[in-house]
Write a protein that binds this ligand. Structure first.
Ligand SMILES: NC(=O)C1=CN([C@@H]2O[C@H](COP(=O)(O)OP(=O)(O)OC[C@H]3O[C@@H](n4cnc5c(N)ncnc54)[C@H](OP(=O)(O)O)[C@@H]3O)[C@@H](O)[C@H]2O)C=CC1
Ligand SMILES: N[C@@H](C=O)C(=O)O
Length: 198
């Protein structure tokens, strides 16, 4: 892959708010063609309008990352709309804070489905194309909670982020010669630092 983000097609999951939306604005400002995907289409469209008003290129795609075939369809739609995909940022994530003793299995399921399986579904949708084109970059949002267990309260969240970090490292070992793999161990202070990292 050539260096620099100008002209690259970047998919950001969870691009309707927070780090995802801010990253979309920044990358568009630097000349990337940005595809943002999340469940709330109205919020995505606000980000797209914002980017367009500053002269950038962006499109929105309604997506629930827990739906494997929907993730495949969005990647296919982006390739149809932009001609290719260069970078996938698996950013969609949830962090409900609750002690394990409350046994909220619904929240455990949600974190596993969005943070972990959503990331895997993104990889599944983008990786074959990246390998075929001989280039691509997968960026997974892990966390400091993926290095040190965030307990009490964030134990299951940490479990999902440890898994995201492990999968990123394993994927890098497996495909790193053709496809770049990055895991970002973000913490609360990283929203601003993203402007430096990217
Ligand atoms: N903010 C922080 O301090 C840190 C954040 N992180 C990680 O960074 C990532 C982004 O965090 P942050 O910006 O704070 O989070 P936000 O809560 O601001 O945004 C989360 C995004 O994920 C999307 N999302 C949630 N569920 C789904 C789903 N099922 N399908 C598609 N999109 C979904 C939301 O969009 P919608 O609801 O429209 O679907 C939203 O755009 C997460 O993975 C988080 O774990 C890591 C360390 C620190
Ligand atoms: N705030 C972070 C943990 O410290 C996170 O969202 O992962």
């Amino acid at each position: 892959m050539t260096k620099g983000i100008k002209g690259k097609v970047v998919l950001i999951t969870g691009g309707s708010t927070g780090i995802g939306a801010e990253t979309a604005r920044l990358l568009a400002e630097r000349g990337a063609k940005v595809a943002i995907a999340a469940r709330r289409k109205d919020r995505l469209d606000e980000v797209v309008a914002d980017i367009a008003s500053s002269g950038g290129t962006a499109r929105s795609y309604a997506l629930d990352v827990t739906d494997k075939s929907a993730v495949q369809s969005v990647v296919a739609a982006i390739i149809a709309d932009f001609g290719r995909l260069d970078v996938l940022i698996n950013n969609a994530g949830l962090m409900p804070i609750r002690p394990m003793a409350e046994v909220n299995t619904d929240e455990w399921d949600q974190m596993i489905d969005v943070n972990l399986k959503g990331t895997l579904y993104g990889i599944a949708a983008a990786l074959p194309g990246f390998l075929e084109q001989g280039s691509g970059h997968i960026i997974n949002l892990s966390s400091v909670a993926g290095i040190k267990v965030f307990a009490p309260g964030g134990t299951v969240y940490s479990g999902t982020k440890f898994a995201v970090s492990a999968i990123s490292e394993g994927l890098r070992h497996e495909v790193g010669e053709k496809v770049r793999v990055t895991s970002i161990d973000a913490d609360f202070s990283h929203l601003r630092q993203f402007r430096v990292i990217l």
